[in-house]
Ligand binder design. Structure first.
Ligand code: CBY
Length: 430
């Protein structure tokens, strides 16, 4: 490399290295560990509707240093099951790899190199789909970011040109209906940070200009994440906050200390935990690492995993699962399906019912207007079609869930409905 190229690279190297020593990670203090029990209880006791949920949970428990043999074995079995099915999307496979390899010595995981090559293929299929379908991947950019992160952490192949072309913060895939997706942006920051570190360790040969691009992308994504910070400290919403925290942990040199009060965010999350906001295993698994000061970049850093306290006070017997009670009291809600036409009905359901119960009830009343299908995802059931009209990622169409005209922030099986509420399922574009 010529001298003139080396100078900017050196500058960037120093810029990136020095401030990371001042990393601002806030985490739950030992005295407050018991406030994490509801999360652990959910993660350990839930019946998983999809094996991929087990991957989320295993990854999370390993990162925070919980290595209970019984739980590990049970989860590993489920994760391996999902791997064998071969119908995983790219991001699901990435999660499986992250979970299997998390905090393991590399010699223990030699057996699953083939998974990384499968992921390389799936990542290329995502890119190919974008070429054919107007820049729309098979899945989404959250998954593409998970792919890149995993390939980067475990020496899979990808090119800097791909990173430069596809991860521009202006790319439409970072937005849903014009709204920046904090979850997606955060996952991309983690992936880009891994790529940046590989360049700096010279695992990837490149020039100063590439590093500059990656720095610029990261900086811009971090700004967008911070601009979604709410007054109570949550970033995006309660379910994106954990990943946003991880992104901010690994990029302290891209924002000023006074731009983010980590402690405030942590306090609000702890309050939400006590109000049972994280009763889904995936939700619990995604928030936990950040609360213990960990990030997905720690998965191949065995010493960081091992430095976890390892005794999050889990006496598994004490973690009693809370079963929802079905109330004898009935409530009445309005339900609308909106395509070009509007289909309306009023349904009566037991108090404590969720959005899905309302949809099932409406379907009983009028099969033609209200029939629907759903698929299981790591976040529970996801509506795939209504009246036979199917969502399609190539067209960016989906069935949006709304209450009182506003999109809800939970899926159909989590969102609890209230008496007199106006629920809607709307054919939309993201
Ligand atoms: N994970 C994924 O692939 C999903 C990525 C994700 C960014 C995800 C949120 C974040 C996460 N941590 O996993 C995401 N949602 C995406 C990409 C999408 C789009 C999926 C399209 C595609 N081609 O992949 C889309 C269509 C824009 C979308 N989410 C829709 C919805 C609505 C689902 C409605 C339905 N048809 O059933 C819904 C309910 C919003 C609405 N009001 O319509 C929705 N998403 C929600 C609420 C959520 C949050 C779930 C929170 C919860 N407690 O249930 C979410 C965490 C998540 C899952 N979506 Co999307 C975002 C949030 O609120 N912070 C990778 C895989 C391996 O697991």
């Amino acid at each position: 490399m010529r001298q003139s190229h080396q100078l900017p690279l050196l500058g960037l190297l120093l810029f990136s290295l020095i401030p990371s020593q001042l990393c601002t990670i806030c985490e739950v203090s030992k005295e407050n560990y018991s406030s994490l029990n509801p999360l652990l209880s959910t993660m350990i006791h839930s019946k998983y509707t999809r094996e991929i949920q087990a991957a989320n949970v295993l990854l999370s428990l390993r990162l925070v240093g919980i290595q209970d043999q019984n739980i590990e074995q049970k989860l590993l079995k489920e994760v391996r099951n999902s791997e064998e099915k071969k119908d995983l999307t790219s991001g699901q496979l990435a999660l499986v790899i992250l979970a299997l390899r998390a905090c393991q010595n590399s010699d223990e995981s030699v057996t699953n190199f083939h998974l990384v090559s499968q992921l390389e293929e799936k990542f290329q299929e995502e890119i190919k789909n974008m070429g054919v379908h107007d820049g729309n991947p098979l899945t989404n950019y959250y998954q593409l970011s998970l792919d890149l992160l995993t390939l980067c952490l475990f020496n899979g192949s990808y090119t800097i040109t791909e990173v430069k072309n596809y991860f521009t913060p202006e790319n439409k895939n970072f937005y849903f209906g014009g709204q920046f997706s904090v979850d997606t942006g955060a996952m991309a920051v983690l992936a880009l940070t891994c790529v940046k570190r590989s360049i700096m360790n010279q695992q990837i040969l490149t020039n100063g200009e590439d590093l500059q691009h990656i720095n610029n992308y990261t900086e811009s994504l971090v700004k967008k994440i911070l601009s979604e910070k709410k007054r109570n400290g949550l970033i995006g919403n309660i379910y994106s906050t954990g990943e946003a925290m991880q992104a901010l942990f690994v990029s302290p040199n891209y924002y000023n200390k006074n731009e983010w009060n980590c402690q405030q965010t942590l306090d609000t999350v702890l309050k939400e935990i006590s109000q049972e906001a994280f009763h889904m295993p995936t939700a619990a698994a995604q928030i936990l690492p950040a609360l213990m000061g960990k990030t997905y970049l720690d998965v191949n850093n065995v010493s960081s995993c091992a430095s976890s306290p390892g005794h999050l006070n889990i006496s598994i017997d004490e973690l009693i699962p809370v079963e929802p009670t079905i109330s004898p009291i009935k409530i009445s809600v309005n339900y609308t399906v909106q395509i070009n036409e509007t289909f309306f009905t009023n349904v009566t359901v037991p108090k404590g019912s969720v959005f899905l119960d309302v949809m099932k009830e409406a379907q009983k009343i009028n099969q033609t207007a209200f029939r629907f299908t759903y698929a299981e995802s790591s976040w529970g059931p996801y509506i795939t079609s209504v009246q036979g009209l199917k969502e399609n990622s190539n067209d960016r169409t989906y069935w949006q869930l709304l209450s009182g005209g506003e999109p809800v922030s939970q899926g159909v099986a989590s969102y609890v409905v209230h008496n007199g509420e106006n629920l809607e399922v709307r054919w939309s574009k993201y």
